[in-house]
Ligand binder design. Structure first.
Ligand code: DGP
Length: 115
């Protein structure tokens, strides 16, 4: 089981650590994963602090839609003709950073079911 670490993504939002940012708007920020598992591997995060997917509430409905829209825009921007979106929720599902994030992965074929 992966250990949930410090919220390093807040440091990226605040510009305290560098990241290759590929997209940003008033609600979301997206940057390349430091340890890519596909030729294109980008993380879309909300600017709002949400620890994990299970913590979202009614008031986050628009934000969740914004994250999905950002992912679709990024996939186009990256020239992906197919892609996979993943949210790992809690350590048992592989979440290692305690800030909600949507993986946008493409550039190779994927198998199903994922491990
Ligand atoms: P997850 O396992 O779903 O919590 O995904 C976390 C991802 O975050 C993982 O694929 C590696 C990535 N990551 C961790 N630390 C950093 C960092 O400092 N910078 C960037 N760009 N990505 C990071």
């Amino acid at each position: 089981m992966a250990m949930m670490e410090k919220n390093i993504f807040l440091d990226i939002v605040e510009g305290k650590i560098p990241a290759e940012i590929v997209y940003q708007d008033d609600h979301c920020l997206a940057f390349r994963d430091i340890s890519p598992k596909a030729p294109t591997h980008i993380l879309v995060i909300p600017l709002k602090e949400i620890r994990t997917h299970a913590d979202v509430t009614e008031e986050d409905c628009e934000l969740l839609g914004r994250m999905q829209l950002a992912a679709a825009k990024i996939a186009k921007q990256e020239g992906l003709d197919g892609y996979r979106l993943i949210i790992n929720c809690e350590e048992s599902a592989g979440q290692t950073v305690p800030h909600l994030h949507l993986h946008v992965m493409g550039g190779r074929d994927f198998t199903w079911p994922p491990g």
